[in-house]
Design a protein around this ligand. Structure first.
Ligand code: SIN
Length: 487
């Protein structure tokens, strides 16, 4: 009997995409379904030598690719956008099989990922320089934008497609060549994306895809090679900081989208229903496995009990199940290790005095499920107040005044996103200005949008992805000085 994932895998190359060829390897590694623990596929395991060969290809075709017309590159992105949406069901099924999120959310991710292709297809034709008169009037300043060169794009498992297209699309738009290293937990979605790009007409050598179980050896080797000019990474702050050290050697440009510890602040003048809806989205989108997930829910003390009771009621109807089960609202977490981390944070919060209101345990049986969990009265000393949860656990604390809310919110080394719920416009702007984050959701639990600049400050990263800003990460500005006396 065919396995349930057979259809989803149809036409997915399980090889490396290297210099325009799908190349098999004897070394392979398994991809697990976190809902069952079953191995769904074995993919080719790229070596360090493969990475060097991919960089050779990037280097060889880079000049020709950079010289293509913006319209040509835009057309490739448009075709990839259409092809991705034509295959939305297959992409969504692969995401659910290898990452676990409910199928409806996987479909949402495919649309989100495709939006980056559409956005950067549009941005490709708007790359421009400037002509300026120098203040002295004796010279002219001409600027032009040029691709940075070969890029290494390292992507995480939590959004197996969205976190890749938001790097690949601007790199293609800018005229860069690239090596993509998908997370070893979720290479299948990326390999199907590679097939879509090949069909869309991306030339050989421009886009190389290297799934590997030797991540750090591969990135070390590539960062040591002076031909590599750009690193874009999404993942933990710990790994990001190690990569930054490696990138420093050859002064490689970096974009780093790292960890978060998002405060979700609810003032007593907020619309409570809206705040609860926002909290459900900010906390349970992607099962909480997102760097923009609400990590610390801070509620003004006079409404805290009403908020907690309403949130507990909503959470009791959340269903943790296999993402293919139509009833599932939350899938499994990615691994047993991650589940143990989540459980340790919950147990520590309770030991520090927090009250367990909903859930609070791993679900026995196959798969890496953790019950949707609510802990309230979480003290600042609890680990959960400082560490990224990356799981379906809502941790609520209280505050008395606006000043205290801001102080608590900023009491973290992270600075990715924050959420604020209030019906007072002046307060909304005042608090948004005071928050030390790269993004703020005002009366909404979702900030992500292909047209917006996504990124953080402090230990949450460097650079922006998406929006008008996203393409700049892949372009160098060159200035030409022109002597005005000659004309
Ligand atoms: C992330 O969790 O890394 C990104 C989430 C998003 O783009 O919304």
């Amino acid at each position: 009997m065919a396995e349930p994932w057979t259809d989803a895998l149809a036409g997915v190359p399980l090889d490396l995409l290297l210099d325009g060829q799908w190349q098999p390897r004897d070394d392979r590694f398994g991809v697990l379904n976190p809902a069952t623990g079953a191995t769904i596929a074995e993919v080719a395991d790229a070596s360090v030598a493969d990475a060097t060969a991919a960089l050779d290809a990037c280097d060889r075709v880079g000049g020709q690719w950079a010289a293509t017309s913006p319209r040509h590159r835009s057309d490739i992105l448009w075709r990839a956008y259409q092809l991705m949406l034509d295959r939305i069901e297959q992409f969504a099924a692969l995401i659910t099989f290898e990452m676990g999120k409910p199928l409806a959310e996987s479909r949402g991710e495919v649309q989100y990922a495709a939006d980056y292709l559409r956005w950067f297809a549009e941005e490709t034709t708007r790359i421009h320089g400037e002509y300026r008169v120098a203040p002295q009037g004796d010279s002219r300043i001409i600027t032009m934008r040029q691709p940075v060169g070969p890029c290494l794009l390292i992507t995480p498992w939590n959004f197996p497609l969205g976190m890749i297209t938001r790097k690949v699309a601007p790199a293609i738009a800018a005229g860069c060549t690239m090596i993509v290293k998908p997370a070893h937990e979720t290479p299948l979605t990326c390999l199907l994306m590679g097939a879509v790009f090949v069909e869309a007409g991306v030339p050989a050598g421009v886009l190389n895809i290297l799934p590997t179980s030797h991540s750090s050896q591969m990135s070390d080797a590539l960062l040591a090679d002076p031909r590599l000019r750009k690193l874009s990474f999404t993942g933990s702050t710990g790994v990001g900081s190690t990569l930054l050290k490696g990138a420093a050697r050859n002064v490689v440009r970096t974009s780093m989208e790292l960890g978060g510890n998002a405060p979700f602040i609810v003032f007593d003048d907020a619309d409570l229903d809206q705040a609860i809806e926002g909290a459900m989205v900010a906390k349970f989108r992607n099962g909480g496995e997102s760097c923009v997930a609400a990590n610390r829910i801070l509620v003004q003390q006079d409404i805290a009990e009403r908020f907690n009771a309403a949130l507990a009621e909503r959470m009791r109807s959340a269903v943790a199940a296999d993402g293919f089960d139509p009833a599932a609202t939350v899938g499994p977490v990615i691994s047993d290790k991650q589940r143990r981390h989540v459980d340790a944070l919950v147990q520590d919060a309770v030991a520090c005095g927090a009250e367990l209101r909903v859930g609070g345990a791993a679900r026995p049986g196959d798969g890496f499920f953790y019950e949707p969990t609510l802990v309230t009265g979480v003290p600042v000393a609890a680990r959960i107040s400082r560490e990224e949860i990356f799981g379906p656990v809502a941790a609520v604390s209280t505050f008395a005044t606006e000043a205290e809310a801001i102080r608590l919110a900023n009491n973290t080394e992270f600075g990715l996103t924050a959420f604020v719920f209030t019906n007072d416009l002046n307060r909304a702007i005042r608090v948004a200005e005071a928050l030390e984050t790269g993004m703020v959701g005002l009366n909404r639990g979702l900030v992500s949008n292909a047209a917006a600049p996504f990124g953080g400050i402090k230990a949450s990263g460097i650079g922006r992805e998406g929006g008008f800003e996203g393409i700049n990460e892949y372009l160098n500005t060159k200035y030409i000085a022109l002597d005005a006396s000659l004309f």
